[in-house]
Design a protein around this ligand. Sequence first.
Ligand code: GLC
Ligand code: CA
Length: 569
Amino acid sequence: MKTRMTITPKHWQEAVVYQIYPRSFMDANGDGIGDLRGIIGKLDYLRKLGVDVVWLSPIYRSPGDDNGYDISDYREIAEEFGTMDDWRELRDGLHERGMRLVMDLVINHTSDEHPWFEASRASRDNPYRHYYIWRDPKPDGSEPNNWVSVFGGSAWQFDEVTGQYYLHLFSRKQPDLNWTHPKVRESLYDMIRWWIGQGIDGFRMDVINYISKTEELPDAERHGGARYAWGGDYFVSGPRFLEFLAEMNEQALSARPGLLTVGEMPGVTPEQAHRYTGDPAYGMNMVFQFEHVDIDGGGGDWFRAGWSPRELKGILHKWQLALSDEGWNSLYLNNHDQPRAVSRFGQDREHRVASAKMLATLLHTLKGTPYVYQGEELGMTNTYFPSIRDYRDVATRNAYFEQVELHGVHPARMLEAIHRKSRDNARTPMQWTGGANAGFTTGTPWIGINPNYREINAAQAVDDPNSVFTYYRRLIALRKAHPDVLVYGRYEAFAEWHEHIYAYTRTAASGERWLVMLNLTAIDSWLQLPDHLRHDARDVILGNYPLMAEWDIMEVSLRPYEARVYRLR
Ligand code: GLC
Ligand code: CA
């Protein structure tokens, strides 16, 4: 296989990753669903943006209960996305352009339509029985324990055929694999080696810190009157988690040195992340932590909304310090599970462009590997669909049913929460043009298009010097031109007490120092510089407002969502 890439040992630290949610990226054949040929047609767009790595959300065969995070065949491409030949063409197309391909690895669970599960459920003595987690009912016939599923309701599903329950931490069509069974691990490692053999460059590991469950599966502590409770104490970074990681690295991932690996880890602490990413034995370059996206209770806590800029910078700061010497941070502000960053952490009305650029500055100037989610580079926003019938996400639909039908929440109140938090906010199609269906499809899109596509779209943005897209391009290019500062440079914050402004420096080994100041709010705000930063000369590197040539030596005032980057001399 031909490739023009030079892989430095720490290429994953220098990279900018772009996440594609294939279903919503580009539809090439008019069936309303994004596909691999659609992605192939947009490779030059990605090259223009300048990203180094493309991460594809799952494209494997799947009944689609959770949009591909329920896999029924790990070695086939879902029909609606294309064929293995399309996939090879995509791989080569990326490699020829100097980009790498990272695939989603969903191995905490499979689909209930995976042949392993079909065999497992057939009889109690089937050789695949122990591929999954089966338990007898309690004496009264109820679930083996009181765990709640991430998507609502019990985490257990009763199966008539054999009279036992199986565990599913996500939807009932996503049964959890039993990692304590050696054959499960062997089968998964074999599959990983197979994909490495196909020439992929890395893995994003779905909820990887849930794979080891406490053997006895004890009841979780209940809060209030709820029937089911969060059992995380018994499976988040569970008893054999690190053993499994090390084994998977030894038997599968290390088959190809230089893979990019990132573990999705809800609930991970900075200390754990330090441990996992600091020791090469675990094969984990970085993790996706959740603290900053759980700042408002995250997706599970539908009715909590408040957060303060000071809290946000406090969380980011803590993670910067925790992984400053050993280990490595991932940096992300949204993905396919989160609302759009500009609607959530910025402002998607009159300050949309300014706040999207401010957040972009944050993303690319903190220390770590930035992940850009499709459409973020256009400043795409949340969607406010009028009816629950417009939503497609299984988590959103389950929650609506639970809250409205079971708990009697007023539909309008629930819809308002969904507008703020639904995962579908991130899943509306990419806005390529101002024409029909935003240029995403010639057919009927599988999910509604955000009506603001006439104003917000790639065709408008790519050649506009003031667009969010152009600003992302500049930041990505800056990271490449100055890795000593932006990738490897030391991070130090100041004015940590400030309610509006996040301010920090990045200092290269050579002593070169850059100053970053971000107004996280719509309020004009000012900041006094500490003595050691009152240098005589400064070069303007970047900003999201027309910059005043001179600025006060002691005091800086920032306009709504203003971002400024200076080089100090
Ligand atoms: C991860 C995925 C999410 C999926 C879940 C179950 O959190 O990002 O989309 O629903 O795992 O696989
Ligand atoms: Ca299609």
